[in-house]
Ligand binder design. Structure first.
Ligand code: ATP
Ligand code: MG
Ligand code: MG
Ligand code: MG
Length: 487
């Protein structure tokens, strides 16, 4: 089943169940101080969950463009390393907005669960024995929440009990951000392991924390609470359903693939990267990661520009700039792409443009021009910085590059410390990261900004040095990168 058909069937299914099909909200959010990018389908409906405003319909479905690179949902470090987390992805969703008066045709757990099951097993034809579900087990912390018995009972009626797994707060209590509507959820996971692999591990503990090929595809959230600014929970005036299914993951399952990148959502982009770089996908882990990162980041950047958010030096624009630069660096370092190449890939988004997101088609020229311009200027900077780093390493006595030099590279050429470390380590040098952190701290104190966004920027891959994650280091007030210590 082609991806466009997967999407269309989802919408058709819920339309038949009396849902109003609405367009995706923009991915870049302009007027919400608590959120920079849409990170879930429910964002645009926040007000209805809080009982402010009246929806046109109590049942709604759509596909939503989401970006998870900052705040509570930040998947940047996973992207490319695994095969099912993206920065930008489509979230298919259906909603019920309850109303305190009980009017309208809202629904709750029973319908949400049975329709999800019907769609997956009867319409899409996923074998029932490949599905697992999770239920919120409750919590003993300050929130003191009970087990979601209701969801448990509905699931028991349709799936064998040994495939219903208990989930803790981290996985089975959904929150949009530090504040806002939230509630317990039930996730649906699909086992895409080969028969051979299944022989090796069996049993009921299989969800995607335990095995990368038992993948979460759909989350059914039961909105019952609002998290207030002081951290406490209050009951919402009415109960709502909020579901989100990863479109690319669903395509992977239905197309019988083991990776989102092997579906028709990504293969045209990957073929083009192969053609431009002369590097084949599927040959080597290091170049595969780079190819996936580039294919992924292309979508994040293109959708952002189509939404009117150009790369810039502040806020959302800065996040986008760093995502684009990250892709350029992966191409530069691992695929030998020393000339602008990202803009040549934009045309490969044509199926998405044709079937769901016409803004990509309308803005194609602008997207290409903006990306190309960014590529040109960044590649120039990169060349200069590399030259400087090279010279600095030659002049370094001993095997440690000074923290001041690393800081200069960061400050003047935008080289994050991990890129400097990567290049230095390739030449057998370490970096004085303590001194570097000190200089950063000084700079941070000089320019304090209010917004906090987390965008780890450069990931070290393919070096044989073992590194241990030791926490985050704020490199700038609005950027945080991962801090590593050699072990
Ligand atoms: P995961 O545990 O895999 O990170 P999640 O629990 O954070 O997923 P939800 O917030 O429940 O995800 O989002 C609903 C659905 O969106 C998920 O079930 C998944 O199919 C999809 N999804 C979530 N994050 C991503 C991502 N980074 N890339 C692609 N799809 C995603
Ligand atoms: Mg996640
Ligand atoms: Mg999850
Ligand atoms: Mg989830």
């Amino acid at each position: 089943m082609k991806s466009q058909e997967v999407r269309a069937q989802f919408l058709r299914f819920f339309e038949e169940k009396m849902h109003k099909i609405v367009p995706s909200a923009p991915m870049v959010i302009k007027d919400d101080p608590t959120l920079m990018f849409t990170n879930a389908g429910m964002n645009q409906f926040k007000e209805f969950f809080l009982g402010i405003g009246t929806p046109q319909s109590h049942r709604v479905a759509d596909t939503q463009k989401c970006l998870r690179v900052s705040g509570k949902h930040n998947d940047l470090e996973e992207v490319g390393r695994d095969t099912y987390h993206h920065t930008m992805f489509e979230m298919l969703g259906n909603w019920s907005f309850g109303d305190p008066a009980g009017k309208g045709n809202g629904y709750f757990k029973k319908e949400a669960i049975s329709w999800a099951w019907e769609l997956l097993t009867e319409v899409y034809g996923i074998p029932k024995e490949n599905l697992y579900v999770t239920v919120f087990e409750g919590s003993t912390d300050a929130d003191n929440l009970a087990l979601d018995q209701e969801a448990m009972d509905f699931w028991k009626a349709i799936i064998p009990e040994d495939r219903i797994l208990m989930g803790d707060k981290k996985d089975n209590f959904w929150e949009m951000g530090d504040q806002g509507p939230c509630g317990p959820c039930s996730e649906i996971h699909v086992d895409i392991r080969s028969e051979e692999e299944k022989q090796k591990v069996s049993g009921a503990s299989l969800v995607n924390q335990d095995h990368p090929q038992v993948v979460e595809i759909w989350n059914l959230v039961f909105m019952q609470y609002n998290r207030k600014a002081d951290g406490s929970l209050e009951s919402l005036p009415a109960k709502h359903v909020d579901t989100g299914m990863g479109f690319e993951r669903l395509c992977m399952v239905l197309q019988g693939k083991q990776s989102n990148y092997d579906t028709d959502v990504f293969t045209p982009i990957i073929r083009e990267i192969e053609a431009i770089s002369g590097v084949d996908y599927g040959k080597q882990e290091e170049t595969d990661i780079a190819i996936r990162v580039i294919a992924d980041h292309l979508r994040a950047v293109s959708f952002s520009i189509a939404d009117g958010q150009l790369p810039s030096n502040t806020g959302a624009g800065y996040v986008i700039r760093r995502i684009l630069r990250r892709a350029i660096r992966y191409g530069f370092t691992f695929l030998g792409l020393k000339q602008p190449f990202m803009h040549l890939l934009v045309k490969e988004l044509r199926y998405m443009a044709q079937h769901a997101f016409p803004e990509l088609k309308v803005q194609q020229q602008l997207i290409e021009n903006v990306i190309q311009e960014e590529e040109r200027s960044f590649l120039k900077t990169l060349e200069q910085g590399l030259g400087l780093l090279d010279a600095a390493l030659k002049n370094t006595e001993g095997q440690t590059l000074s923290g001041d030099k690393a800081f200069e590279l960061y400050d003047t050429f935008g080289f994050p410390i991990d890129l400097t470390q990567l290049i230095a380590s390739e030449k057998g040098f370490g970096v004085d990261t303590e001194r570097f952190a000190l200089r950063m701290e000084e700079q941070k104190n000089r320019s304090r900004k209010a917004t906090e966004t987390s965008t780890g920027d450069w990931t070290v891959i393919g070096t044989d040095q073992v590194q241990e994650f030791v926490g985050y280091d704020y490199l700038e007030t609005d950027i945080k990168i991962q801090k590593y210590r050699k072990v």
